[in-house]
Design a protein around this ligand. Structure first.
Ligand code: ADP
Ligand code: MG
Length: 290
């Protein structure tokens, strides 16, 4: 494969399933033979890193360089003088994908990035790092972004161009989708780059619930092009596995619901790759059609 595919999980809201989605889609793609790297950019609490049981190890391992280093002015010099700088950032998850863990200093990056006047530099640092140092190693890069608009989130969206958005049925999801489109429009307009919603998936979907069916109907009409082929059921196995530092792919005896979740993740991951593949016609985001 000559072009690395990149996608970022983003919605200006916590607790919808961004981290869980990145982990499971990542493992599904690695299972299919893609070389996958996951980047935990969602904040210093390291949720994605914890999802693979690596948080303690990440904190104890040699602290520098780390994910925050790649955003700093000196990064290229560091990478130049320290030939294994990139290797030092990467940890194998043991489930297929590699991982670049979060770091305590992530939240402090906000002010560093905020102090850069030129937006084409402020928002492009991650893109530069991925292009120069990771693209050659991987087929797929998946970014877990903060559940809020921030300079790091903008860096992730700028670098990924493809957005994965899990939504959960609830009173505000319509507002969240409008906010998402506004956020993407802002970057598109300000920076003259195209960012596509590539995959919208309903998380913790239960077709027996009216609120879930209604959301499905609504997204099927408004986001027909980008709605995932399979929605993800709520499964206690997912929560439990996560607390044990694993995805449900590792369970020896997944429950029936977990098996449905696994099949859905595989199908959605396959679809995502089809939508990101450079040979495919790019999907027009709804927001730019109106
Ligand atoms: N399909 C699911 N079934 C059961 N629990 C889930 C599912 N998806 C996510 N969760 C749980 O919901 C919580 C929030 O998910 P998370 O992926 O951390 O959301 P976000 O990254 O958007 O904040 C976590 O505790 C996770 O274990
Ligand atoms: Mg998260």
């Amino acid at each position: 494969m000559d072009t690395t595919m990149r996608a970022a999980a983003f919605l200006d809201k916590g607790g919808v399933g961004k981290t869980t989605t990145v982990a499971h889609v990542g493992v599904a793609l690695a299972d299919k033979g893609y070389r996958v790297c996951l980047l935990d950019l969602a904040g210093k609490q390291g949720d994605l890193t914890k999802h693979f049981g690596l948080w303690q190890q990440a904190k104890e391992s040699d602290d520098w360089p780390n994910i925050t280093t790649v955003f700093q002015d000196e990064w290229d010099t560091i990478a130049d003088q320290l030939p294994d700088a990139v290797d030092q950032l990467i940890m194998p998850t043991g489930e297929g994908p590699d991982l670049i863990p979060a770091h305590e200093g992530l939240d402090g990056l906000e002010s560093l990035l905020g102090s850069i006047d030129d937006p084409s530099d402020r928002y492009a640092r991650l893109d530069h790092f991925l292009t120069e140092y990771l693209d050659e190693r991987y087929d797929v890069l998946l970014l877990d972004l903060p559940g809020s608009t921030s300079n790091i989130a903008y860096n992730g969206l700028w670098a990924a161009r493809h957005v994965i958005t899990p939504v959960r049925a609830g009173p505000f999801e319509q507002e969240q989708m409008s906010q998402l489109e506004a956020d993407l429009d802002e970057i598109r307009a300000g920076q003259d780059i195209d960012i596509n919603l590539a995959l919208v998936l309903i998380n913790e979907y239960d077709e027996r619930k009216t609120i879930d069916r209604d959301l499905f109907e609504q997204l099927s009409s408004e986001y027909a092009e980008v709605l995932a082929p399979e929605q993800i059921p709520s499964s206690q196995d997912i929560t439990n596995a996560q607390q044990n530092g694993q995805t449900v792919f590792q369970l020896e005896q997944p429950s029936q619901t977990a098996q449905r979740a696994l099949a859905a993740y595989r199908e959605d991951a396959h679809e995502l790759v089809g939508r990101m593949a450079p040979s495919e016609t790019e999907i027009e985001p709804e927001a730019s059609q109106s």
